[in-house]
Ligand binder design. Structure first.
Ligand code: NAD
Length: 251
């Protein structure tokens, strides 16, 4: 069990990567704090408990400071400490948005959730990791931060670039405190977040031609990489951006 006796908080745990990571981390022995803005996160916690694991659901909006502070407090109250902070919740908006067509509200909400949400998770979560004597932070970025025009979603792409920069800076700041901070950079996945835009076979095919492996990734494949970053297997890694993208950034 790679995460025995560890407490892991995962945001966006109702769906996609967060759901798969919550189930996997629990199978590896972690006590899981499943956080989501959706009540469906409760089901994630129930599935873990039904399988014999320990889990606590917190309904929270990661872009709100009071919610972010409360999710960390509840984690420590429920399980006594926090060892792993997986800032994974994220949103995207409709494709075909360049600078001219991106509205100010779309820009603001994308940065509120994708960037401020990661900042607030770290603001309240890193002191908790310190109290536990160290730990691992994983921030979900994306392959889009590495490519120009990977997807025509300007606010989303810029927000993921910001997550990478924040990850590197925090990694350096906290490197001597036994706190590792890494970014997880998935490629295009078969999750709700992307498939709601690729809603026809033609649109999916247009995206698939850019992926050398010729298929979309599964959330469970990203969860495995998150487990690596959360576990002692990555003990000398900090400030890294781990691409799990079917080769799309290599092409
Ligand atoms: P998803 O839509 O399946 O899951 C995202 C979860 O985050 C949902 O349960 C949602 O309710 C929750 N959430 C949204 N806003 C929230 C908020 N303000 N507070 C708390 N929870 C909130 O998406 P996914 O594909 O699993 O994406 C997870 C992460 O991976 C995101 O950061 C996303 O940007 C990133 N990512 C996804 C892809 C992809 O192709 N799906 C590729 C690269 C990166």
């Amino acid at each position: 069990m790679q995460l025995a006796n560890k407490v892991a908080l995962i945001t966006g745990a109702a769906s996609g990567i967060g759901l798969e990571a919550a189930l996997l981390f629990a199978r590896e022995g972690a006590k899981v704090v499943a956080v989501d803005i959706s009540e469906n996160g409760q089901e994630t916690a129930e599935r873990i408990r039904a399988a014999g694991g320990q889990a606590h659901f917190v309904r929270a909006d990661v872009s709100k400071a009071a919610d972010a502070e409360r999710m960390i407090q509840e984690a420590e109250q429920a399980f006594g400490q926090l060892d792993i902070l997986f800032n994974n919740a994220g949103i995207s908006h409709a494709e075909d948005d360049d600078a001219i067509h991106t509205s100010e509200p779309v820009w603001d909400v994308t940065f509120d959730v994708n960037v401020k949400g990661v900042f607030l998770g770290c603001k309240y979560g890193i002191p908790a990791l310190r109290r536990a004597g160290g730990g691992a932070v994983i921030n979900t970025a994306s392959f889009v931060a590495f490519l120009g025009a990977a997807t025509p979603q300007l606010a989303y792409t810029a927000s993921k670039g910001a997550v990478l920069s924040m990850t590197r800076e925090l990694a350096v700041i906290h490197a001597r405190e036994n706190i590792r901070v890494n970014a997880l950079c998935p490629g295009p996945l078969q999750t709700e977040l992307l498939m709601k835009y690729l809603d026809t076979p033609e649109k999916r095919q247009r995206r698939l031609v850019h992926i050398p492996m010729g298929r979309f990734g599964q959330a469970s494949e990203i969860a495995q990489a998150a487990l690596f970053l959360a576990s002692p297997a990555s003990s000398f890694m900090t400030g890294a951006a781990l691409l799990v993208d079917g080769g799309i950034t290599a092409a």
